[in-house]
Design a protein around this ligand. Structure first.
Ligand code: FAD
Length: 577
């Protein structure tokens, strides 16, 4: 079979079932008779909306011609976009036979990094023990729904913590920022666990929170079926080393009792919000480094407005789902010549803003959508890059303290503006820019609450109503974000408007604060993917993994890192044998 890229399909053809239209488009692209194409299978699919008057679909197809010699002849011509089709080959997992008394590897966390790592280890025969501080996905869904409805925050089970990790209540976007050889396997394993098959071909695959919850449950069932064990409501609260090698970890179980388990290999896939775990690791002598991340707000627009801005008159075509966007600009810092990157991140078409704090008395926002992406609003993080020089201290966890200050300020600002506990501070773009221009932020608060309140109730259909579940308090975001962040946001908005019409619409809603875009620390690991402890220059048996360790920035990259670490862990056992 050969693979043919850049095959153009009209929107109507893209909707059609069966292979006939694809085969015809491939034949046209290759300049051959339609009858020569026996089979045409979709390999990749994306929407080309660069020209609004010509929105169409571009696909790559795996093609079988009636005569194999014709395939060879085409390959020999070195045509652009034509190559030999290489079918998917499953990931090769070693089979390791451990002595009956050998220690089982411990995996900390059931985010994508922990789940994929544990599944690999289980399939390799290592019977991993997985510890997850939060509840299983069904219990977690109930706890998150109760919090959204006004219950107290459960600090162990919430949007950040619990089975599936931080991305369970997400859009489930599976775009991978980095090229990883593990990416095709992650997508296959997701499909094997019940994700829609279309993620194998979509250029921008996504699962949606409604389907992702079942997928996460099935990944866990596969781990257990392969010999692993998953303990929920179990926090790894201490770790012991002997001469620089891990020898035991402490589990705090559902009843609060602490028990020690002997261990010689531990995968730390604790995510970016495990602040107590970061402190523990620092105190036990692991090398942590502060790293840059980003802070800002969630911005909400009417999804219909985004569809029209991206797809023009084609916006209502059923072949096109809810449109997304990805924007970035650089702005000069007002005080000083430094440039700040301002960008949109984790855009959720047809989604909702979620209440994503994991600590009491703080407000954090993020976004999610269902598979159908059928909500009225589009939301996205709008973030400003920050670095250790902004954190106000040289402490290795200064980034965490910086996040906490902003998250507490958000909670208090919303309360001061009349919001209930865990209401989020929000402001319409028009009010935010007006407040920024006159510098009279405090006075602006009252004005914007008045104008925004009218929009929130029953305005025209393109005036987005905020979706944050605990309610928003209209106030001035300058009161809870550092000035350099609000400066950068205000300077970036008009530039972003030039990239996407309507982005800086005065009615767009900015809800604060988004502070958990990525990890504020890196847990340093060496070439063997293991950390070093204190002054010991030997493999510690501790494998920092995924986003919390600073080696991933999303579901895909975290899952890929999980597989990479699992491979390294198996290699370390092989080497020891
Ligand atoms: P996590 O997913 O954070 O998992 C870590 C797990 O470890 C948690 O379940 C936690 O409870 C557990 N844990 C922590 N400490 C301990 C301990 N001491 N003992 C036991 N267990 C512990 N990314 C995308 O690519 N696409 C998206 O659409 C997307 N949307 C998102 C929406 C939301 C609301 C959020 C919060 C994040 C979103 N992300 C998205 C980011 C993505 O979820 C993360 O990048 C990814 O989950 C990181 O995976 P991880 O396994 O490294 O860590």
């Amino acid at each position: 079979m050969i693979e043919v890229a850049n095959v153009r399909l009209s929107l109507d053809d893209a909707l059609a079932k069966g292979e006939a239209r694809l085969a015809r488009a491939v034949a046209k692209k290759l300049g051959i008779a339609k009858g020569m194409v026996v089979k045409a299978k979709l390999v990749r699919k994306s929407v080309d909306a660069r020209r609004k008057s010509d929105v169409h679909v571009v696909v790559t197809a795996a093609v079988e011609l009636a005569n194999p010699a014709d395939e060879e002849a085409l390959l020999a011509q070195n045509l652009p976009g034509v190559k030999r089709h290489v079918p998917y080959a499953p990931l090769a997992i070693p089979t390791l036979r451990l002595a009956p008394d050998a220690l089982r590897p411990i995996v900390v966390g059931t985010g994508p990094a922990g789940l994929f790592c544990a599944l690999y280890l289980a399939r390799a025969g290592l019977r991993p023990i997985v510890a997850e501080r939060g509840a299983d996905v069904d219990e977690r869904t109930r706890i998150v729904a109760a919090f959204d409805a006004g219950a107290d925050l459960d600090v162990a089970t919430n949007i950040q913590f619990g089975e599936g990790g931080a991305g369970t209540f997400s859009d489930g976007k599976l775009t991978c920022g980095v090229k990883s050889p593990f990416a095709p396997h992650v997508l296959r394993w997701f499909v094997d666990a019940g994700a829609p098959r279309e993620i194998l071909v979509d250029a921008k695959p996504h699962i949606g929170t409604d389907l992702l919850r079942g997928v996460v449950r099935r990944l866990r069932e596969q781990i257990v079926a392969a010999g692993g064990e998953v303990r929920f409501n179990t926090t790894v609260c201490d770790v012991r080393f002997l001469d620089g090698r891990v020898c035991a970890v402490a589990f705090r179980g559902p009843d609060g009792a602490v028990s020690w388990v002997d261990a010689d290999r531990v995968v730390l896939a604790c995510g970016h919000s495990a602040r107590d775990t970061f402190e523990l690791l620092r105190d036990r002598g692991l090398r942590l480094e502060p790293k840059p991340f980003s802070v800002g707000v969630r911005i909400e627009h009417a999804q219909q407005a985004v569809n029209e801005a991206q797809y023009g008159r084609a916006a209502k075509h059923p072949a096109l789902g809810a449109a997304d966007y990805k924007l970035a600009v650089q702005v000069p810092e007002r005080a000083g010549g430094r440039q700040r990157g301002v960008y949109t991140f984790c855009m959720c078409p047809g989604g909702e803003v979620v209440a994503a704090t994991s600590e009491s008395g703080q407000v954090v926002v993020n976004g999610m959508s269902r598979h159908a992406r059928d909500g009225k609003n589009a939301n996205s993080a709008l973030l400003v890059g920050v670095g250790p020089e902004d954190f106000g201290s040289d402490d290795v966890l200064a980034g965490v303290a910086f996040q906490r200050r902003i998250e507490r300020a958000a909670f208090e600002t919303a309360r001061a503006a009349g919001g209930k506990a865990y209401a989020a501070p929000a402001q319409r773009v028009g009010d935010f820019l007006a407040a920024d221009a006159d510098g009279a932020h405090a006075a602006a608060s009252a004005a914007c609450s008045a104008s925004a309140a009218s929009g929130a109730s029953a305005g025209p259909s393109d005036v987005p109503v905020p979706t944050y579940p605990r309610g928003v308090a209209w106030c001035d975001l300058h009161d809870c974000l550092p000035p350099f962040v609000t400066d950068a946001l205000a300077d970036a908005l008009p530039l972003l408007e030039r990239r996407l019409r309507g982005f800086a619409d005065p009615n767009a809603v900015m809800t604060g604060v988004e502070t958990r875009s990525s990890s504020p620390v890196r847990i340093v690991r060496e070439a063997d993917l293991q950390a070093r402890v204190g002054a010991f220059d030997r493999s510690s048996g501790l494998f920092p993994c995924g986003e919390g360790a600073g080696y991933a920035g999303g579901i895909m990259s975290a899952a890929c890192d999980g597989l990479r670490v699992a491979e390294a862990l198996c290699a370390s056992i092989d080497a020891a044998c």
